[in-house]
Design a protein around this ligand. Sequence first.
Ligand code: PAF
Length: 283
Amino acid sequence: MKVYNSKEKISETIFSVKAENKSVGFVPTMGALHAGHLALVSKALEENDIVVVSVFVNPTQFDKKTDLEKYPRTLKHDINLLKALSKNNIIIFAPSVKDIYGEKIKALNIDFDGLENEMEGKFRPGHFDGVGTVVKRLFEIVNPDNAYFGEKDFQQLQIIKKLVEKFHLSIHVIGCEIYREESGLAMSSRNERLSLEQKNAASAIFKILKTAKEKFASQSAKKVTDWVVKEFTKHKLLELEYFMISDVKTLKPINRKSNKKTYRAFIAVFADEIRLIDNIALN
Ligand code: PAF
């Protein structure tokens, strides 16, 4: 398995892969790989000749310094997990911060037509500038045909699609279903930081989302939201940051329910200082 740290070397390799008319799939990650990431890589392996997996903890997308510091870094383990999927068809790109940002660790200010101002953008100012900057940079280096993102970060997925549209990149962005633990908890590298008690409590998030979906079939968004807020008061280890029912295209909160529109419910919850997000398609 090839592991590259330098952007020049990986670009060279990809250039020769493409010269042989081979397709390149890309799965950008921040490492601490779990079954959800591996599902993305497996799908990418099915659909491409070569798959590049980047492992880079991107400093500009963290709004809290402690969150960045505590983010798990497990490159050796990540490499072994990927080796088990394929020894020959995966290339790992694990660059340094300097390789991606040069001397100045600064995000670009990108206009995603307002998608960046909703939900995660509101509660984590600057987050999507950081995500957009690093994904744009990685796309330039890897130059993939197809790029794979999980729907757990649904807003991120819509933003990446917008990035590709705005910068006229010929990359096919593919969203993949949320991968869940047996309890229903959406897989996330942050789950590793949860205590057993917190993890058990966090399984309520998906249960509440599923009931919210059922209720939304016959109730207003306001009624469903009020129910969710009340439900979280029963869960002492969880603190609801937001619950929102939004139009999937604009990500703006629902105004009046219309059966011509597609909605999704989005949620962010704290278990102590660990922030968990999830979402569910409603119609
Ligand atoms: O979803 C993630 O892990 C990150 O936001 C990404 C896309 C790898 C950019 O750092």
